[in-house]
Ligand binder design. Structure first.
Ligand SMILES: [Mn+2]
Length: 434
């Protein structure tokens, strides 16, 4: 009996290497440890029957004459293989991508520093021109991507990328791969998630809930993006930015996730040399460019600046408003306007808005005696008002459409301020980059 097995807490590279091994050793049966990673368990629950694999307790150790070990070189990491350890009559083959001096003494081995073990097996499958089905190609691609961080880890070699291309040529399905590559939460990832929850810094920036955290990492942690995604969902924020700090590499990686159009992560992180799209992005920033704390400040400022468009009328209106009672004369009102350098005055009685008088209305004063008439006779009574929580763009629209320069801001029937053309212009010009 020939068996192929891999390490406990099997990851996709381990599983894919066992499956690839079964193609290279057609007489062998794959043995998958009882304990596998959550995403591998999920995959096996639906795909197990597609492969010739068994569990360790099903192995008849006495009958084993050839053992192929993939993705580890230590006995201790194998599941229920102790009985085979000291047998001299067993031929052992070893495939692994971390040559770090394990205790398995193989009769033949292929151990190289490369992104994933499966890459080594793909090399051989390719050489022997062994046909790969789309399903097998997909599993191998998942293993390859998982161990190389989608070909981004520094351990990735050009051959890993070539191997990925070969699997895609053979029909590897990126939709399936994407599904299984998403959140497998391991201990370290859970710890980071809990850490984020503990120190969560959720704040309101204008109308949006945003969390910006700084987390210090020791060692390599995979699936950070998945953690940030989950974190945003748990705290129910519109957007989150997590700055992962690696002291040893003197750099931070900021990962952003946004669920709203107003905060475009890709656009925000681009000036930092990062990339992404509106909903997701990341950037790696050296300490020499921005310390983690400076980075946090920069992100907050960027959101504040980009968010100006969601300012409300109440943020840009002028107040207090100059008001006069209806019996005030035109002469008095004219003096008040000149004195305060304003172009409009509201006519109010008992807090009720009766009308508005603007500079333009003084052109209607043709006779000297009219200067002593009350403002009531000249004011405009048909007044358009706006609510304090309306958008400045709404105020601008009304002004243009109705050709008016003053919009009283009314809340609960009371005038609380006024928006003028000048307020609108100041607001929009402030938005333009300098
Ligand atoms: Mn591996």
């Amino acid at each position: 009996m020939q068996i192929i097995t891999t390490h406990k807490n099997t990851d996709f590279d381990g599983l894919a290497s066992v499956i690839a091994g079964a193609l290279l050793y057609p007489d062998a049966v794959g043995v998958i440890p009882k304990m596998v990673n959550p995403n591998v368990a999920q995959f096996l629950s639906t795909h197990k029957t597609a492969f010739n694999i068994i569990l360790p307790h099903e192995v008849e150790h006495a009958l084993v004459d050839k053992l192929v070990i993939v993705d580890t070189d230590r006995w201790q990491r194998l599941d229920r293989m102790e009985k085979l350890k000291n047998r001299k009559d067993i031929e052992i083959h070893l495939w692994d991508h971390h040559p770090n001096g394990g205790d398995i003494e193989a009769d033949w081995s292929c151990q190289e520093n490369i992104g994933a073990t499966v890459t080594l097996l793909i090399r051989e499958l390719k050489k022997r021109k062994i046909l790969l089905s789309p399903l097998v190609s997909t599993v191998m691609l998942i293993g390859l991507y998982e161990d190389t961080g989608h070909l981004t880890y520094p351990s990735t070699k050009a051959e890993d990328a070539h191997a990925a291309a070969y699997l895609l040529e053979n029909g590897a399905d990126l939709y399936v791969a994407g599904f299984f590559l998403n959140p497998p939460y391991e201990e370290t990832q859970k710890e980071i998630l809990f850490e984020l929850m503990k120190v969560t810094d959720k704040r309101k920036i204008n109308d949006h809930s945003v969390a910006i955290n700084i987390v210090r990492l020791d060692g390599k942690v995979t699936m950070l993006a998945g953690i940030v995604n989950m974190y945003r969902k748990i705290i129910n924020a519109d957007a989150v930015f997590v700055i992962f700090v690696s002291e040893s590499e003197a750099r931070s990686t900021v990962i952003g996730r946004s669920g709203i159009d107003r905060i475009d992560v890709g656009v925000m992180l681009k000036p930092l040399g990062g990339g992404g799209h509106s909903g997701a992005g990341s950037a790696t920033v050296k300490f020499t460019d921005f310390s983690p704390e400076a980075l946090k400040k920069l992100i907050i400022e960027t959101i504040e600046k980009d968010q100006k468009e969601v300012a409300k009328v109440s943020d840009i209106m002028s107040f207090p408003v100059t008001t006069v009672p209806p019996k005030t004369t035109m002469r008095e009102v004219h003096l008040i306007m000149a004195d305060q350098k304003i172009r409009g005055v509201l006519v109010v009685e008992d807090e009720n808005l009766l009308g508005i008088i603007v500079l333009w209305d003084f052109k209607k004063v043709k006779q000297e005696k009219h200067w002593d008439s009350s403002v009531k006779a000249f004011m405009a009574r048909d007044i358009t008002t706006i609510a304090p929580d309306a958008l400045p763009s709404k105020a601008a629209q009304i002004m243009i459409k109705s050709n008016i320069g003053h919009l009283p801001v009314v809340h609960d029937g009371k005038v609380i301020g006024i928006v003028t053309r000048t307020d609108i212009l100041n607001y929009y010009y402030d938005l333009l980059p300098e």
